[in-house]
Design a protein around this ligand. Sequence first.
Ligand code: CA2
Length: 149
Amino acid sequence: MTKHILLLHGPNLNLLGTRQPEIYGKMTLDDINAAVRRHIAPYEIELRIQQSNHEGELVGWLHEARGWADGVVFNPGAYTHTSVALRDAISATELPVIEVHLSNVHGREPFRHRSLLAGVCIGQIAGFGWHSYLLALDALLREWRLKSD
Ligand code: CA2
């Protein structure tokens, strides 16, 4: 049975590859999306990718995902540290959601140490650059396997 994943990118991630490569790496968002597609190619997975700089738009896509997705990989960007609305939207999906960060948020400024979202996700992966996304996909595959056992 085909599985469906929503890959969601939050604010400013459209700028990847243009500035701060020492923190976020040299890959553009398109490069990361292509790497993700390559990673899941062996599996029967349909992937939908969205990026927004607007909190409400991200909330809307999470609501919609409830109707079609089996899991969500989400880099909420700076909203990670501020958004009760995204936390509630993640809870409302009742889907396995994995929070992803390129950088190790726990080794950066104190305001990045707190995630309002991680507690309603099945887990958080941070600090492995673009590879964090691949690790998140592997975690989702494992989660589905565990559920079907
Ligand atoms: O490490 C991550 O993936 C973050 O989600 C990235 C967010 C940051 O606010 C989070 O604390 C951690 C920022 C994304 C901004 O990306 C830029 C890329 C190039 C130039 C400027 C911003």
